[in-house]
Structure formats: C-alpha cells, structure tokens
Ligand binder design. Structure first.
Ligand SMILES: O=P(O)(O)OC[C@H]1O[C@H](O)[C@H](O)[C@@H](O)[C@@H]1O
Ligand SMILES: [Fe+2]
Length: 186
C-alpha cells in the first residue's frame, strides 16, 4: 500500500494552513468601500490597512458540486470610527448551502442575517462552533484586541454573493460604546 500525504497541515492553535492547494487572499480597507458606516473615518484611514486575510484549502475547484472547502480567516483588531473591523459578509450564491465556523483565537461576534433582514449574533471564542444554515448571510466582527482567527468548512459549490450585502447591508452593526461592544440595529 502506498501511504499518501494528507490534504494539508493545520496548526490548530493559530489556524494556519500549509499545503500545495492553499490559496491566500488579503482584504484591505480599499477593498471594503461602503462596508463601514462612518465614511469620513473610512476615508481618513490608510487604504492599504489590512483588515483580514483568508487561507483556503482548495482541495476541490471552487464551484464544483459535491466537494468541500476548508479555510481560516484572520480578522485583525481595529475600528473605522467606532465600528469594529469586520468581513464583507455574504450569502451563498447557491442559497441553500450551509457552513460551519469555529473560533480558534481571539474574540468577536458572528452576525447572521436571514433573507428578511433579521440579524442575530453569536459570541465567537476559541472552541466556539457555529452552524450557518443555508439562506443566512454571515459576517465576522473582531471586538477584541488581538487577531480573531476563525476556521470554516463549506460546500465547494456554495459561492459568494456579496452583491445582496452591498445593496442592502446587514441590518445590525457592532460598535464600541463606553469601552465595550454593543450591537446597533436599524
Ligand atoms: O468572503 P468574506 O465575507 O469576505 O469572508 C471571508 C471568508 O470567511 C470564511 O473563511 C468563509 O468560509 C470564506 O468563504 C470567506 O471568503
Ligand atoms: Fe460562507
């Protein structure tokens, strides 16, 4: 029998993925236009500021039916005005596709919004496990002072629909108020 190498190597303490099929994406402030409420604060900041990075094990071709993708997101601590750094957030292009998220390092919130615009939030911490059902948009928010590392596993044909978020946004924002995180709806 021929013993093969595994798909990748994961550092479970940091989320770091190593392997031939691991891709990396860097999202800077300049890629997040219109995401944060305070446009004045946004335009006064360095557009090259890195907000988050994503490592994805592309074991299957994204778009292919039947496979799974696996990744880690690293969301840096920071704020635009009083609003914490967050990911763009998305619905899946194939709306019924679900996903698991789990907290690895740091602390934050996972915002979950249904198609009617009702948003709920879950606490993210090392060891937290989050089930994101289909038809639910998801966005991570780093409310802490260290990097928020979150793992994810999702169907390779799920795709990302950022457009619906860009058009209407999430119906809740997470801002610092009196030194702690508070959610704001409306
Ligand atoms: O795609 P964003 O909303 O920017 O979130 C960043 C990434 O977070 C997770 O790792 C998801 O599983 C990825 O599919 C997603 O791309
Ligand atoms: Fe997703």
């Amino acid at each position: 029998m021929n013993i093969q190498q595994p798909a990748a190597k994961v550092n479970w303490a940091t989320g770091n993925l190593e392997g031939k099929k691991v891709s990396k994406t860097v999202r800077k402030l300049k890629h997040l236009e219109g995401v944060f409420a305070d446009e004045e604060a946004y335009s006064s900041m360095d557009p090259e500021t890195v907000v988050y990075e994503v490592e994805v094990l592309e074991q299957e071709q994204p778009g292919k039916e039947g496979g799974l993708l696996f990744g880690t997101s690293y969301l840096y601590p920071g704020k635009v005005g009083d609003e914490y750094f967050m990911t763009k957030g998305h619905f899946h292009e194939k709306r019924d596709r679900a996903e698991y998220y789990w907290g690895i390092r740091g602390s934050g919130l996972l915002l979950l919004m249904d198609e009617q615009g009702v948003t709920t939030a879950e606490q993210v911490f090392p060891g937290s496990l989050h089930y994101v059902p289909g038809h639910i948009a998801h966005r991570l928010v780093n409310t802490g002072s260290e990097v928020l590392a979150v793992g994810a596993c999702w169907p390779s044909d799920a795709g990302h629909d950022y457009g619906s978020i860009a058009d209407r946004g999430f119906t809740a924002r997470v801002k610092e108020s009196g030194g702690k995180a508070a959610t704001e709806t409306g």
